[in-house]
Ligand binder design. Structure first.
Ligand SMILES: Cc1cc2nc3c(=O)[nH]c(=O)nc-3n(C[C@H](O)[C@H](O)[C@H](O)COP(=O)(O)O)c2cc1C
Length: 173
């Protein structure tokens, strides 16, 4: 799949990253500008929990960057999926898209496979497009790494905490 023929086997965002290329002009904001509370704190806590599980300290920016850059290698997974959405669709259809992806992920789970949705791919959307050659009017939403879950490696069994039901759901009885 690598259009640069450098042997990475995936759209070669890794070479762009290595060259210090911060990415293409975003086609959509991954987070709203000035993410508000409590989402900002939850996002921060999720990152801290993940890096702590990997044994990477907050100060070790290099290790954090290296870990993040694994996104563009599908974290070593053997299969990658790219999900595109029609540019003319609005937020309601983006919700449909999330359901569609969730269904794929659950079906993968039923087959004993694991997956990781990756909006990081949207950072290098032009490179992904070079490989995928999408139809007119489509834009990249995310990638997804697919493979068998690895056990027994550092961080493999970490499950990021979810906000408790009491914070996110109100039951009307
Ligand atoms: C739409 C979407 C995009 C995501 N993008 C990324 C990403 O680019 N990189 C990443 O490491 N995790 C990303 N995540 C988070 C992971 O896919 C995963 O949900 C998170 O690490 C929680 O994992 P856990 O369920 O094993 O706790 C994304 C999640 C979603 C739903």
């Amino acid at each position: 799949m690598c259009t640069k023929r450098c042997g990475h086997g995936v759209p070669c965002a890794t070479s762009r990253l290595a060259a210090g290329d911060a990415g293409d002009v975003p086609q959509y904001p991954i987070y709203p500008e000035g993410l508000k509370s409590p989402y900002r704190e939850r996002r921060f806590a999720a990152g801290e929990q993940l890096y702590a599980a990997l044994g990477i300290t907050r100060e070790d920016r290099g290790a954090r960057r290296n870990r993040f850059s694994r996104n563009w290698e599908f974290f070593g997974a053997p299969v990658g999926l790219f999900c595109y959405v029609d540019r003319d669709m609005g937020s309601a259809q983006w919700a449909d898209l999330g359901m569609y992806l969730q269904t794929i992920m659950l079906l993968l789970r039923a087959e004993g496979l694991a997956s990781c949705a990756q909006e990081a791919w949207s950072v290098y959307h032009e490179t992904v497009d070079e490989t995928v050659q999408p139809s007119d009017g489509l834009m990249l939403f995310c990638g997804m790494a697919i493979g068998y879950e690895r056990t027994g490696v550092v961080g493999a069994d970490v499950l990021i905490d979810r906000a408790p039901l009491s914070e996110t759901v109100r039951f009307l009885v």
